[in-house]
Each structure stands twice: as C-alpha cells, then as structure tokens.
Design a protein around this ligand. Structure first.
Ligand code: ATP
Ligand code: MG
Length: 478
C-alpha cells in the first residue's frame, strides 16, 4: 500500500504518518509553538507540506500565521522584513531562515502580476483559497497535528493531478506566472494537468506575456531540475506559453530531419533534454542546441535529403540573444552558447593525436566534458540504434584523457616560453602581435609536442619574427 495520509477506507485522513511527521524539523514546530504561546497561530503551508506528503526532499519551510508582521517582529528576536508589503517576514530561528507570512486574502489584480492590495484575514481557509493549485493549498498545524485541506488537495495528490484552486480562468487571470508554474509542476512533480485547468491556460496567455523575464527565467531553471523537463516544455508548447517566450522552439515541431533521425527536431530536442546528464546549464544547452535547425533547413539536390548548414553557429547567436533577453547570468550564457556552437563533434578514429589536441584547444579543457555529455545525449535523442556513435565518443574521451595525462600543451599558457620572451625578441614593442606569435607557436606544438621546450621554441620564435619582418619589407610601398 502506498504511504500517505490515506487509511484503508481510501478517504484522505487529516493526519500525517509517523514518517511524514518526522520529516518536519523540530525547529519549525517550535516556531509554531512560540507563536501559540504568544496567543497567535502558525501553520506549515504550501509546497513544503505537499512535498512532505509526497515524501520528496524539502528545502524551504513556509509558515502562515495569524500574527501581523508587527507582532511577528515582536515575538522573535531576529526578523528580516523581506516582503513586508505582502505580509512576509523572514524569521531567523536557531540559525535557519523561515518565511513567515500573515494570513491574507487578496484584492483585485488589475495588472496580472500583483494584487492591488493585500489584506490580512483571520482564517487559514481563506488564505489557502488564494493559492494557485490545490496540492499547494494544504496546511498543517504541527501542534494539533492536523492537516487542513478545504480544497481537495489531498485527493489531487493521490490522483497525481494538478488542479487550479477554484475557478481556473480567474486564478490564472490574476497572476500570469501561475500557468508557467503549472507547466513546471507537471515536470518536477510528474503530475498530469487536470483537463479543465489545462483548458484555462489558453485564455491566460495575454496575462502571461506581462510576466517579467526574471520570473520566467527562474521557473525555467527550476524546471531543469526535473527528471524529465520535457513534460513542462510539452505543456508550454501545446498551450501557447512557449510562443510567448521562445517561438523558435515551437517551430521545431513537425520540422522533419534527415534519414539519420527518427524524430522531428522538436521530439529530438525533447529526447536530448531528458537524456542529458548534468545541471541546469547542461539542460539549457540541450534545449537550445538545435534551435536554428528550422531556420537553416534546406533540401540538398545531391543527397535528396535535408541539410542544416551552419545551424550550430546560427544557433549559438540565437541562444545568446535569448539568454541575454531573459537575463541569465553571463557565466551561464557563455557556457551554453559555447556548447551550442561546438555541439557537432565529428570525431572519427582516423583523427591524429594532433587533431585531438586541436579539438581540446578549440573547446577548452573544461569544455570537453560537458560537450561530450551533450554529444552523447544528442546521439541518444536520435531514436535509432547509436551504439557505434556512443562508442566513438567514448574513444574520443579516452584519447583526450591520455593526452591530458601526458601533459600536452593545449593553450598558450602551457607553452615553455611566455609573453616576456616574445617581447624581448620584439625589442620591447608589444601589442596584439605578442598573442599572435604565441598562438602560432601553439599551433606548431599541437602538431608536434616535442617542440614544447625552451630552446626549440625560442628558435621557432626567431624564425617566426624573421618571417614577419621579411613579409613586411616585401609588402609593396604605397
Ligand atoms: P517549489 O517546489 O518551487 O518551492 P512551491 O509550491 O513551494 O514550489 P513557492 O514559490 O515556494 O512554491 O511558494 C510557496 C507557496 O506559495 C506555494 O506552494 C503556493 O501555495 C503559494 N504560491 C507561490 N506562488 C504563487 C502564485 N504565483 N500564485 C498563488 N500562490 C502562489
Ligand atoms: Mg517552496
């Protein structure tokens, strides 16, 4: 029998099992007790109770209270007014921060983002009624040890169904982010959308388009933590959310590929997204790696099949523009753009060691691992037998590892001479030529690593400097 608050009668019971109770830290219970000792009430509420009931790991504990923010500030010693206009303060209790929010009802939403006014209410049920989904609208009183579930959240948890609280159209019209949260929960919780709730997504696209880029970005990053992020992107595609955020991805749907692929570009991208092993940056690179395929697709007369010439370069530019617009960090953006740009790893066993070294030099030492993971997922996403392709990537990984272990020079910083040696040969006149000469020497070392010692490099440097001087003299004078 499944663990949960359901007794043999199959009717939700308003109590937690021992295991679920034990998942709640004593400090949170203690925080609620302190509120009660001061004549107030405190309930653990929202996503953390949902996750307790599902047996999922919990990062943040949210508490709803009858106390006004003023009172909370008096009851606890360390309180930070983090969102006081919404009734939220952060209580530092025994070293851990907890968001403590005064029970609230909400006035009208005229801008689709924030309620025009927030008013405090005295009962928890009204507070639960303003939340987004029923499974997020369950409260727990840790002193009475009772669950409060006026909206049927427990039954929806059992059915693994995501249903809006009350009237879905009204809920989504109030805050455009809710439909994106809904899409995200289908992936992170693995729940299905209740059909009436999903139907209401379409009418909320207009309000969704007003949501700030940062809030959308944060939801995307959270989505990437799901085991199968494609579930969320499928909801986004079919309900129109993706048309607002990244229409180029929607154009992948039905975009057929060449004979090596079993799927169209969209289904391939979704398969790669679910297959890739890594963090949010890796998943973003999987999501965006073929973003330019619809735009670059052409029919080749020679092969009578589709080509996607230059899609990795065009795609890198498109990824860059999108990640800038949605305010991803510079670091994240640069990594993703780099991976998209280099995602075609055309390795063959016939590559010389010099070719392998040039590959590492091109993608960077740190780039090799994520790139090979992307290439592996890219292969798996073809929907065809790809054992040979995977074996070939493993071979490349092995060759890179042994070249690195052998201490091969892969960047100008690894050379046995440096910029000072170059400057000395140029009579102290520097500028871009220093870097150019070092790169020229690196080229030679990539080809023949035995050159990477001081004397041979200085000789090669002299030769390069002489060649340049002669080249400059031979240039016709204007
Ligand atoms: P996560 O697993 O990402 O933490 P969560 O459901 O806990 O998901 P939070 O943003 O931590 O989401 O919010 C806590 C609770 O506040 C939610 O469970 C929900 O009850 C309520 N909530 C959050 N955002 C909204 C919103 N946009 N509209 C209505 N209720 C919301
Ligand atoms: Mg939360």
């Amino acid at each position: 029998m499944r663990a949960g608050p359901w007794a043999a009668t199959n009717r939700p019971m308003l109590a937690l099992t021992t295991t679920q109770r034990e998942a709640i830290p004593d400090d949170v219970v203690d925080l609620c007790r302190r509120l009660r000792d001061n004549g107030e009430r405190g309930w653990i509420v929202g996503g953390c109770i949902r996750d307790v009931l599902l047996g999922r790991p919990i990062s943040d504990w949210d508490v709803a209270t009858s106390a006004t923010p003023d009172r909370v500030q008096k009851i606890f010693r360390k309180v930070i007014p983090t969102g006081i206009e919404h009734g939220t303060v952060t209580v530092l209790h025994r070293g851990t921060p907890y968001e403590v929010t005064t029970l609230r009802g909400e006035g009208a939403y005229t801008d689709g983002r924030r309620p025009d006014q927030v008013f405090f209410v005295t009962d928890i049920e009204r507070d639960l009624a303003r939340r987004d989904f029923t499974v997020n609208a369950i409260a727990y009183d840790p002193l009475d040890e009772r669950l409060i579930d006026p909206l049927g959240g427990l039954a929806d948890l059992e059915a693994r169904s995501l249903r809006a609280v009350g009237d879905a159209a009204e809920r989504f019209g109030e805050d455009g982010l809710r439909i994106l949260r809904g899409a995200r929960f289908t992936a992170t919780l693995g729940f299905d959308l209740d059909p009436t709730t999903e139907a209401a997504f379409h009418g909320a696209i207009g309000v969704f388009s007003k949501v700030s880029r940062e809030r959308v970005r944060d939801e995307w990053i959270k989505t990437m933590r799901a085991e199968r992020p494609s579930r969320a992107f499928d909801v986004m595609r079919r309900t129109g959310i993706l048309d607002v955020t990244l229409p180029e991805l929607v154009q992948q749907y039905g975009c057929e590929q060449n004979k090596w692929h079993a799927y169209d570009v969209w289904h391939h991208t979704m398969a790669v997204l679910d297959a890739i092993v890594g963090d949010a940056t890796d998943k973003l690179s999987a999501l965006l790696h073929d973003i330019a395929k619809p735009r670059t697709r052409a029919m080749s007369d020679k092969t009578n099949d589709y080509t996607f010439y230059n899609h990795e370069r065009v795609g890198a530019d498109m990824a860059d523009a999108f990640l800038r617009e949605y305010r991803f960090s510079n670091d994240e953006r640069q990594q993703v753009v780099h991976l998209v740009r280099h995602h075609l790893v055309c390795y063959q066993s016939s590559w010389t060691d010099a070719a392998v070294r040039r590959f590492v030099q091109r993608v960077g030492r740190e780039g090799v691992d994520p790139l090979l993971r992307l290439a592996q997922a890219d292969a798996l996403g073809k929907g065809r037998p790809v054992e040979e392709e995977l074996a070939s990537l493993e071979e490349l990984r092995g060759r890179v590892a042994s070249l690195m272990a052998a201490g091969a020079a892969l960047s100008t910083g690894d050379l046995a001479i440096d910029g000072r040696d170059v400057l000395a040969r140029l009579d102290g006149r520097g500028g871009p030529i220093v870097g150019e000469l070092l790169r020229e020497l690196l080229e030679a070392v990539l080809e023949d690593p035995s050159l990477n010692a001081r004397d041979p490099l200085l000789r090669a440097l002299d030769a390069a400097v002489t060649r340049r001087r002669q080249g400059a003299q031979e240039e016709p004078k204007a």
